[in-house]
Ligand binder design. Sequence first.
Ligand code: G6P
Length: 507
Amino acid sequence: MTSAELVSVLSDELRDTRLVVVANREPYIHLKNAVEPQGWWARVRRQKPRGEISWIQPASGLVTALDPVMRACGGTWVGHASGSGDRAASDAKGRVAVPPDRPSYTLRRVWLSPEEEEGYYYGLANNALWPLCHIAYTRPQFNESDWHHYVRVNRRFADTVLEEIEDSPALVFVQDYHFALLPRFIKEARPDVVVCQFWHIPWPNPEAFRICPWGEEILTGLLGNDLLAFHIQYHCNNFLETVDRTLESRVDYERFAVWRGGRATYVKPCPISIDPALWSHPQKRDTRTAELRETRHALGLRNGERIIFGVDRLDYTKGIPDRLRAFDRLLDRHPDWRRRVVMVQVGAPSRDHLIGYQALSHEVSEMVQAINERHGANGWQPVLYRREHQNPEDIAALYRAADVCVVSSLHDGMNLVAKEFIASRSDYRGVLVLSRFTGAARELDEAVLVNPYAVDEFADALNGALLMDADQQTRRMRALGARVARHTVYDWAGAVLRAACRMTEVV
Ligand code: G6P
């Protein structure tokens, strides 16, 4: 489905209903006095001279997915104001029209105190729920005062949503683990409003979930939704079993619904995707060759080296040390690859206020240095690591220059890098090496699937990917490209929102 098709489907479904998205991350961040970014890949375009307000888009799969949907449908996005220039760029209510260069929807910003941000975002959301839901062997930290902030901030966002919808009919589309309590707050105040939520990360099995001290409150909050959607069936099953074991309720495994207090919450898999049109730029051969030359030049590649590429938020769920270990093992076992292949890794700093993220960032830098010392020589380095945010345009050029793209998450709800890489390859070349533990692996059968914990298997997979012949690359890429084209982010949004509207009619 294209954006235009989504608009036409939803205008039938929604008619006079207001669409409000609630997500912690705002889709556009305004910055004051932003310094021109330096660097190796200095093509960042949206920065303005010192002293003026500039804006950026954050590195978030959720934003990447939802911004095109909001551009297509219009409505209001309620999000946390996180930029130094946000106040100056918004009106007295915290509203600003976005995208700043081509307004098509409203962003309503919510300001939090440093203590609230610390407790709700860093504490409960990212130090407790994130590691609880991702099986990456990082222990969740449960802290009572974080929980109180989480409750308060959920309430604040709910009040803001209620203010935005006034007395109109509305569909509130809640995003992710930051807002487990908000659906119930909305439903209690406005039972007529349709509330649905997409949980962008995995849902763990009941055994893993039961260590959470506020499990009942979280489940009760989520059951304020008319529809709760996950990427894959497995997470839906985990959720229903968790409810079954924790709350007094009726779980209907036939219709995938939970009945409680006379109303139902339906649970449904809806895998997220991307807008392939934003990534696929069919290029003439000359343009492609020129771009490739420019990209390789910017990377300092002079010897025709092959490129293994990875781009991730610096997050311990992404398996970045594991992919470095596999690359190191590849160079050990096949020394003939030395000077013939490089790993280009972009790591976007993320949540770096938290100790676990600082430790990961440190670990990655140390590993890169050690691998470069071990296998590098005469100024040649096997790993080119940049710890920075990159523009989508620059990422796309790197996708197109890559021989292999690696996604090695230890656990991931979906992973959109995999889909972006596929959509960028209008030339049907390149190989995707993809962790089995991503939601994406359930759809993208033609990728080379790996277990990132198994270093030898992973190193073999990299070797196989580098050696894959052109025909096989094309055959796989065509099949992958067709899948991504068949199920776009607009299909995802259409499926969730349509199902939400219909399920309230059924009840
Ligand atoms: C994941 C989450 C999103 C989040 C993103 C970036 O994709 O599902 O909700 O926005 O990570 O993390 P951040 O904490 O920077 O928003």
